[in-house]
Design a protein around this ligand. Structure first.
Ligand code: SF4
Ligand code: SF4
Length: 469
């Protein structure tokens, strides 16, 4: 009689792809946890939410403190006004932010994604709403599998109401940075909002609801360009969240009072808690993966297990490849020094540019006619000088020529402008002394503050005369 061979499931290292295969409609239900990194993340996100939702309501000098006034092409920020001519400074600020992000990524991997990225922060907020309305992880899984009934309807409605309320507030706040928030909110509450404003508020409401409520980790995994290229910035000393394989394997359950070495096990008890708290649903024990957003939830979860088991913390921790290989993490390294040096130089240059920023602007447009002879028989050219008072006070300005020997500026040369006023001043320049051999030459205009001549701006144009003079 042939004997049946007993078959049993053998716990092996599954290939990562196989482990991650999930039905396309499956949601990731994360488990609640506490810990140092969660506290840090909540503090960081709380500060950012406060700054985002609160700043828009602040007033400064009688107007909204931070407002990008699209209608007038001006950016107001705490009493300073930036004009389209200043937007090069904004580009410089964005480049500085990009370099700052590069430097931080080289040093500490995806801390931006884990702690401050709006996508992650809003996702955590929406997950909290889910917990409040649908319960803990197990309850949510049960609710998802349950057929539709009154309980499911009420809980789901409550969740989506919370999501929509946060999304609407986010949409309104975002648009409020481009259109004054107080009238905008009033219009929304009284159902009188104009079509364009309403479109953008609803657009950003929908974007928040979709991204943080439904797409979540898919944005990080499939849509975010930063996630794609940041791994090339990593080096062997970059801090990443890693599982200590040498210490953790072989993984397996055991009683609390059993020493791992005595049963041939490592420190990982294979409780799966690190997987259950992961917002992207991956297993950190499979190694560094592109899907890992560096939120450190798995560190908090594993540390709590290590505490319960009486083992040292840090089975999952911030570490570097060098450290995992038994070496030391080098903080100062050429790439990091290079990024930091460029960053410091750029911050310094931006600071100087901001301080030196001319508070009066001058643009010159030459009349399309080439030249003409005036009543005194002098050759003259016509110009239009566009002057902008970029300050918050009324200012008196003087118009003049720089190194204008042989030329005379004619027309209005003293003007007074209200705060933020733009004016066009028509002037003519007459050539009082012949300059033989040249039919066209550079001519420089200057506008300067009457009380503070140091505040000035210059602009060049051409003076055209007949050749044969
Ligand atoms: S593996 Fe850990 S750090 Fe990475 S996303 Fe998941 S929980 Fe966050
Ligand atoms: S939480 Fe720690 S002990 Fe539990 S499975 Fe993850 S690595 Fe192992």
């Amino acid at each position: 009689m042939s004997e049946r061979i007993p078959v049993r499931l053998v716990e092996t290292f599954e290939p990562a792809q196989q482990k991650k295969a999930k039905p396309s409609n499956s949601l990731i239900h994360t488990r609640s946890f506490t810990g140092l990194f969660r506290t840090l993340r909540l503090s960081g996100a709380g500060f950012l939410f406060l700054a985002f939702f609160g700043t828009v309501w602040l007033n400064w000098g009688g107007r909204q403190a931070v407002l990008w006034d699209l209608a007038e092409s001006k950016f107001h920020i705490f009493g300073a006004t930036f004009w389209p001519q200043d937007f090069i400074l904004l580009s410089a600020l964005l480049i500085i932010c990009a370099f700052g992000l590069f430097a931080i990524t080289v040093f500490a991997g995806r801390v931006w994604c884990g702690y401050t990225c709006p996508q992650s922060s809003f996702t955590w907020l929406f997950m909290w709403c889910e917990k409040v309305t649908e319960g803990e992880r197990n309850q949510r899984i049960k609710l998802q599998a349950a057929p539709w009934g009154l309980n499911k309807l009420i809980r789901r409605s409550a969740k989506h109401t919370m999501w929509l309320a946060i999304s609407l507030l986010t949409g309104l706040t975002f648009v409020g940075y481009f259109t004054p928030i107080r009238p905008l909110a009033e219009e929304l509450l009284t159902w009188q909002m104009g079509g364009v404003s309403l479109f953008w508020v609803l657009f950003f409401t929908g974007a928040t609801y979709l991204n943080a409520g439904w797409l979540r980790e898919a944005v990080c995994m499939h849509m975010c360009p930063y996630a794609r290229f940041q791994s090339v910035m990593f080096d062997k000393d970059t801090l990443t969240i890693s599982y200590d394989v040498a210490r953790g394997e072989h993984r397996g359950p055991r009683k609390r009072d059993v020493k791992p070495a005595e049963v041939g096990l490592g420190d990982c008890i294979d409780c799966q808690l690190c997987v259950q708290v992961c917002p992207t649903g991956i297993d950190i024990r499979d190694g560094l993966q592109m899907e890992c957003i560096g939120c450190a939830a798995c560190i908090d979860a594993c540390d709590s297990i290590m505490d319960k088991m009486g083992y040292a913390r840090g089975l999952v921790s911030y570490t570097s490849e060098h450290q995992l290989q038994g070496g030391k993490t080098h903080l100062l390294r050429p790439r990091l020094i290079g990024y930091s040096a460029v960053l410091l130089v750029m911050i310094g240059a931006l600071g100087v540019a901001l301080v030196e920023r001319p508070m009066v602007s001058l643009d010159v447009t030459k009349d399309r006619g080439m030249f003409r002879e005036n009543s005194e028989g002098l050759i003259e050219n016509i110009y239009s000088l566009k002057v902008i008072n970029k300050t918050q006070q009324r200012q008196d300005y003087r118009l003049a020529l720089v190194d204008g020997d042989g030329f005379q500026l004619q027309g209005k040369t003293e003007i007074s402008l209200a705060p933020g006023e733009i004016t066009d001043v028509p002037v003519s320049v007459a050539m009082t002394a012949d300059k033989p051999g040249s039919s066209s030459q550079t001519i420089r205009f200057k506008v300067s503050d009457v009380d503070e001549p140091g505040i000035h701006s210059v602009a060049d144009s051409r003076f055209v005369a007949p050749l044969n003079r």
